[in-house]
Design a protein around this ligand. Structure first.
Ligand SMILES: [Zn+2]
Length: 270
């Protein structure tokens, strides 16, 4: 099938679905200039992941915050790209119930998506490790730049970017929302992710079969009476391609997603 036919097929599935949801990863944000972690130009080629563990943060928060400024300062000014706007538009026309994302850049919300589940937290805020207060990141970064390092809360507690670091668990609320959406959905649009890293990796399988191929405690395996359709949009083939994906579109999400959404809107009008 050529790209045009695949776009039509994907749009047709989206237009028909009762409970369509999306799962996104770094690929939807690279066009906004957000560095990814695992890719060939990824941060882990340049930095040691061991410096981004929770224990490393606790051991030397000042060092961590210096690194944070080096890598992430200015992220707050990043703008959504056509991938984010396309997904926000889908939600707006009633063809997307939620976006589950592995990204921490907050760009889905900036583009207008309302129902967003962030697996790994968000770099848009810092959190006090003592009282839990949240602070906008821009202000905290400004304080770090002016020499307040590490930055502290009014209560004296240490501030930490509100993201999930290595060694930290995925927030229970996000995980449980993602599971229930994956069980409920009858279509999952997987965009800009190879979905190879837990917990995102198991979601397409939960959507399709009602259970995960991985072991995790606390979730009853449920057999799904109606397997969800899986549409993937990614730069390169993934483990979903030619296996459980019903429709695989290879290319930039910023080019393909807007095409799909345009076609969905045409179908909804017709
Ligand atoms: Zn505090």
């Amino acid at each position: 099938m050529g790209l045009e036919e695949l776009v039509k097929k994907a749009a047709g599935l989206l237009a028909e679905a009762r409970w369509p949801i999306a799962l996104t990863g770094a690929g939807v944000s690279t066009e906004s200039g957000i560095p990814d972690f695992r890719g060939p130009q990824g941060l882990w080629r340049k930095y040691d992941p061991d410096e981004f563990t929770f224990s490393s943060f606790m051991e030397n928060p000042a060092r961590y915050w210096k690194r944070h400024l080096e890598i992430f300062a200015g992220l707050g000014e990043a703008k959504p790209n056509p991938s984010h706007y396309a997904l926000a538009r889908l939600e707006e026309v009633g063809r997307l119930k939620c976006v589950i994302t592995q990204n921490v850049d907050g760009l889905h919300q900036k583009a207008g998506s309302r129902n967003v589940v962030e697996f790994h937290g968000s770099l848009s805020q810092a959190k006090c490790l003592r009282c839990g207060s949240l602070y906008p990141m821009a202000g905290v970064e400004a304080r770090v730049k002016s020499g307040e390092i590490p930055p502290k809360c009014g209560c004296g507690g240490l501030l930490k970017p509100n993201v999930v670091m290595f060694e930290e668990p995925i927030p229970f609320e996000a995980l449980s929302k993602a599971h229930s959406e994956a069980l409920k959905c009858d279509l999952m649009l997987v965009a800009g992710t190879s979905a190879s890293v837990y917990p995102a990796a198991e979601l397409p399988y939960i959507a399709k079969f009602g259970r995960s191929p991985m072991n995790f405690p606390g979730l009853e395996p449920v057999q799904k009476s109606k397997p969800a359709k899986i549409i993937e949009v990614n730069l390169s083939p993934t483990q979903l391609t030619n296996t459980i994906a019903d429709c695989s579109l290879l290319g930039k999400t910023g080019e393909i997603l807007p095409k799909i959404v345009k076609e969905v809107e045409r179908l909804l009008e017709g």
